[in-house]
Write a protein of this length. Sequence first.
Length: 430
Amino acid sequence: MYLTDRSAPAQADTEQGRRRGPGRKVAPVVLVLGSVSLITDISSEMVTAVLPLYLVTTLGFTPLVFGTLDGVYNGVSALVQLTGGHLADRVRNHKLLAGLGYGLSALCKPLLLLVSSIGALGTVLALDRTGKGLRTAPRDAMISLSTPSERQGRAFGVHRAMDTTGAMLGPLAAFFILRAATDGYDAVFGVSACVAVLGVLVLVLFVPRRGQVAHTDEAGGTAETGGTAESRPPIRVREALALLRLPRLRALAVCAALLGLTTVSDAFVYLLLQRRAGIADEWFPLLPLGTAAVFLLLAVPLGALADRVGRRAVFLAGHASLLTAYALLLWAPATPALPFLVLALHGLFYAATDGVLPAALADIVPEQLRASGLAIVGTSQALARFCCSLAFGAAWTVWGDGPALAGSAVGLLCCAAVAGMLLRPSGETR
């Protein structure tokens, strides 16, 4: 049921995972972190939903410039994910690092009201993504450490479903604000900042202190895991880097990078869909809502399916759905059904991959290095998507949107084939 095989290395705490029992309940910390992500995603997706149109239509940026800024927006987090993951493991305070990340992103939202040049926008977006990079690995580590290994897919599915609820509400809020406000974009950025602060407050008040979280035991109650910061020596950098010696972690990181190199940014997908289907500008902020709705419906079922039938199969199937969406954008007639089909496939892609990838690390990385392991794989994926945004924006500017997307589709097909071979199970599999 994993992207690779089920036989864990000696360092992985598989016995503890078995002792936790097969309880079906989701740990309370998962629900709290899901609430934080829900609120934060309302804030961030309000901005994300209008940013492509704001930069290309209002500020007049070219696809190449937008691709550069979009690469910054989605890729700078890769430069700090390793730092955030290692520091969280070192100080054994995942909540502190996650809180710093959420706080930095919240601080950047009102700054969007004050900037309009390429340099200033790039700086603000880089700081916002720095916050995302700091919080992602510690947050996912708290989810992973609170959950038995055999329930990782379900736990991440629940969190991603709550996160995606915010991703649905954000574009909807942006849509109504743009229709009601005179200076619509400024109003969107201002409301987004207020909502982001609320997310930070929920994290500070309700997430358990330090690195200790509770998992569901066999009786349905809760038990603490993770120990105290004083009970173990600090994690050193070379211990975190030594994770790269684990063959299965290396395979995951390489596959995440390969597939990330051909995963076109969401913003570009929505711009392509708008042009292909002739969607009016006023409806553009609602396009992410379609992706989010499908993601919300399928995140938990596909997470549970990955636990049962294999994370490798679900992960690769998700990329197959993305490839189908590319094909529709390239060759399907511009019928009224086209936006619904593309957005459904786009949401299916995220539901089958976004939570499954970190869930696969539960049996690979020891608990005391969980955030570092998540950061290594997340960094490889984020750097690859950063490069993809730059390359796609340049290809669109030089050759047009069709050839650029066709190149990405061919690349995705080849990389998925390579990933399938790298992730082929060895030993005992499901």
